[in-house]
Design a protein around this ligand. Structure first.
Ligand SMILES: Nc1ncnc2c1ncn2[C@@H]1O[C@H](COP(=O)(O)OP(=O)(O)O)[C@@H](O)[C@H]1O
Ligand SMILES: [Mg+2]
Length: 405
C-alpha cells in the first residue's frame, strides 16, 4: 500500500514533453517559447539525446533539437524507432536543408519545426497532433475493461474469462484476457489452459516490448480468445512491475478489440497501473456482507486515488433472488446500486469444470450465458454499442462450430 502514495495520479490534462538536445543555451531558448503556451498545458523535462534514448518513462511528445551536431539527435530517433509505443516526435531544425529534413522524417519524426521557434507554429503543430492522435486512438485502440474486488471468491476471474469469451463467441470480436492476480493464476484453471509462456516472459523486455514478443507470451484458447497468464512460479509474481503492466496493456490495446483484465483482489501499484489504463472498472460483489463492506471501502479508496477513470460500477455476481440480503439491502449498505447482476448457477459451473468446456460450448442458452451477454452490452452502451444478435441461436451455433473448426 505504501507504493500507492508515490504514484502521481495521471489526470492527463497536461502533455508530458521531453525537450531533447545537447546545448543548454539552445534548450533554454526553446523552453521560454514552450512556457508561453497555455493550451494544452505542457510539463517539460530537458534531457540529452542519450538520456532520452535510455529513458523508459513514456512522454507524450519528444522535441528533438538539431542545432549543429546531428549524430546525437539522430541516434535518439533511431533508438526510439524500435519501440512501441513511442511519443509523438517533433524535430526542431536549425538547418533547413531538404537533405536533413528528409533524413529526420525518414528516421521517424512526425513533425518538423524550424529554429528560432515561433510560438504560433508550435501551437498549431501541437493542436494538429493531439487531434490526430485522439482520432487514431479512437479508431485503432481497443477497449480495456477491468474486474476487481478486495474480497476473494466473488467471481472476478469467472466474469473476466466469460466476458472475453462472449466478446468472441457472440460478438465476433478479437478479445484477450490478462491475469493480474499474479500469485493465483486462476484464469488458467477456469479456461482449462496450460500456458507455456506467461507475463513473466515479458519482464525483461519492458522497455523494448513489441507485438511479436507479446504475441509469443499469449496462450490461445480454442474459442479464439487469448490469455496472458500469470507467472507459473510464485516467486516470478514479485518481479512483475507496474511498468511491465502499463507497457503490456498499452500494446494489447493495439492488438485486440477488447482486453479484459482480472485485477484479482489486491490493491497495489500493479493493479493501480492497470486501473489507470482501464476504460471501465467493474467491481464484483456477491450477497455477502463482507463483499458489500469491501465495495464501500474500495469506493472510498478509489476517490482518494483521483484516477482519470470513472467511478467503478458494481456487478452483483452469484445473484440469488431468494437471498435475504436483497438488492435493496446491498445498495443501502454500499451507498450505491448495482449496475448489473449475474445469476448463481452452481450446476452449470460444475459441469464446465468436469467436462473442461466453456460456457458457450456447454450452455450457450443458459441464464448465466445470457446474463454475461447482457453485461457485455451494458458495459459497451456508452461506447461503441455491440450489435443486436437478432438471430441469437444461429449466431451462437455458428460461433461454436466456427470456433471448433
Ligand atoms: N455466477 C456464479 N454461479 C455459481 N458459482 C460461481 C459464479 N461465479 C463464480 N462462481 C464460483 O465461485 C468461486 C470463486 O470464483 P472466482 O471467479 O474464482 O472468484 P475470484 O476470482 O473473485 O476469487 C469459483 O468456484 C467459481 O466457480
Ligand atoms: Mg480470481
Amino acid at each position: 500500500m505504501a507504493a500507492l502514495g508515490l504514484k502521481a495520479p495521471d489526470h492527463r490534462e497536461s502533455l508530458r514533453v521531453q525537450l531533447i538536445g545537447e546545448s543548454a543555451a539552445g534548450l533554454a531558448e526553446i523552453k521560454t517559447v514552450l512556457g508561453a503556451i497555455s493550451e494544452p498545458r505542457l510539463d517539460v523535462v530537458e534531457m540529452s539525446p542519450q538520456a532520452a534514448a535510455d529513458e523508459t518513462a513514456m512522454a507524450d511528445i519528444a522535441m528533438v533539437v538539431f542545432d549543429g551536431n546531428e549524430a546525437g539527435p539522430l541516434g535518439y530517433l533511431q533508438a526510439r524507432a524500435e519501440r512501441v509505443p513511442r511519443p509523438i516526435i517533433f524535430a526542431l531544425l536549425q538547418d533547413r536543408s531538404p537533405v536533413l529534413m528528409r533524413r529526420v522524417l525518414h528516421e521517424g519524426a512526425d513533425e518538423l519545426l524550424f529554429l528560432p521557434l515561433q510560438g504560433a507554429d508550435l501551437a498549431r503543430a501541437l493542436m494538429k497532433l493531439s487531434e490526430r492522435r485522439r482520432r487514431a486512438e479512437r479508431l485503432e485502440g481497443g477497449l480495456i475493461y477491468g474486474f476487481a474486488s478486495i474480497v476473494g471468491g466473488v467471481g472476478v476471474s469467472t466474469l473476466s474469462a466469460n466476458l472475453a469469451l462472449v466478446m468472441r463467441y457472440v460478438f465476433g470480436k478479437r478479445a484477450a484476457v490478462v491475469d493480474l492476480d499474479l500469485q493465483n493464476g486462476g484464469l488458467n484453471v477456469i479456461l482449462h489452459l496450460t500456458p507455456d509462456q506467461t507475463i513473466a516472459s515479458l519482464i525483461e523486455f519492458t522497455a523494448k516490448l513489441d507485438s511479436i514478443k507479446l504475441e509469443a507470451a499469449l496462450t490461445k484458447h480454442p474459442s479464439g480468445i487469448y490469455l496472458l497468464a500469470a507467472p507459473k512460479r510464485l516467486e516470478d509474481a514479485e518481479r512483475v512491475t507496474d511498468l511491465t503492466v502499463a507497457t503490456v496493456l498499452d500494446l494489447m490495446r493495439q492488438l485486440f478489440d477488447f482486453v479484459i483484465v482480472d485485477c484479482g483482489s489486491h490493491v497495489n501499484e500493479i493493479t493501480v497501473a492497470a486501473w489507470e489504463r482501464c476504460d471501465e472498472l467493474l467491481y464484483v460483489i456477491d450477497h455477502s456482507r463482507i463483499a458489500t463492506h469491501g465495495a464501500r471501502r474500495f469506493g472510498e479508496l478509489f476517490g482518494r486515488l483521483g484516477l482519470r477513470l470513472d467511478e467503478p460500477r458494481f456487478v452483483l455476481n452469484k445473484f440469488d433472488p431468494q437471498s435475504a440480503m436483497t438488492e435493496a439491502v446491498i445498495a443501502q449498505s454500499m451507498g450505491v446500486g448495482c449496475f448489473a447482476k449475474v445469476p448463481r448457477e452452481d450446476r452449470t459451473i460444475e459441469k464446465m469444470q468436469l467436462r473442461a468446456q466453456d460456457l458457450w460450448q456447454l450452455a450457450p442458452n443458459s441464464a448465466l450465458a445470457r446474463a454475461i451477454e447482457a453485461l457485455a452490452r451494458r458495459i459497451n452502451e456508452r461506447r461503441e454499442p455491440l450489435p443486436e444478435a437478432s438471430d441469437g441461436l444461429v449466431a451462437r451455433l455458428f460461433s461454436v462450430f466456427g470456433a471448433r473448426a
